[in-house]
Design a binder for this molecule. Structure first.
Ligand code: ZN
Ligand code: ZN
Length: 196
């Protein structure tokens, strides 16, 4: 046993067991290495705690920011997520209005606009892939939109969209839930379509 060598946990060197020291943290070639090792460990623990505290503070700020957002601001986050879903759902299809395939950026075009009919702003049947010309310049190309929408979802469903609706009443939780729902759906659709 006299010549047994042990490895110092700090410098990783093998030294004679009797020449080193054994403390709570293990074996070290000398007391300095034991102290240095202890110090390094303590510093690592401190920076880990500091990182955790920063992370918590950031989350807290995020939560507070979320809590003071207006409904309009929340809609501004949820609507793009919903619209993205429509573009993914209808990917490869022609414009709902002019029936053209185009290389242009396609939009999610509301049949009943968000402004006129907010209660249908997140209704999937009310929103379809539309080219930017029809969407931006032809005010939705509404007559052709309706004709093709009937072909796509049926007259009954179109008349249901045109029929009376309960007024829109979204609270904060509703809007945040819509955003979360479509974020998830988009992830799934992207994966299905091999876009991830
Ligand atoms: Zn050492
Ligand atoms: Zn079009």
């Amino acid at each position: 046993m006299a010549n047994t060598k042990k490895r110092c946990r700090h410098c990783k060197e093998f030294v004679l067991a009797e020449s080193g020291v054994t403390v709570l943290l293990g074996f070290f070639c000398n007391r300095d290495h034991a102290l240095e090792h202890q110090h390094t460990k303590a510093m690592a623990a401190v920076s880990k705690m500091r990182a955790k505290a920063i992370q918590l503070a950031k989350k807290d700020i995020k939560d507070r920011k979320q809590a003071i957002k207006s409904l309009g601001e929340l809609h501004k986050e949820a609507q793009p997520e919903f619209n993205k879903y429509i573009r993914l759902r209808d990917r490869g299809q022609p414009c709902i209005s002019c029936q053209k395939h185009t290389d242009r950026q396609m939009h999610a075009g509301h049949f009943f606009s968000v402004g006129s009919t907010p209660e249908l702003r997140y209704t999937e049947r009310n929103v379809h892939l539309q080219c930017s010309i029809c969407n931006n310049h032809l005010s939705g190309n509404q007559l052709r939109y309706r004709a093709n929408l009937i072909k796509k979802i049926g007259l009954e469903a179109v008349e249901e969209l045109e029929g009376p609706h309960d007024p829109a009443k979204y609270n904060r939780d509703d809007i945040m839930a819509i955003k979360a729902k479509y974020k998830l759906k988009n992830k799934e659709l992207k994966a299905q379509q091999g876009l991830l």
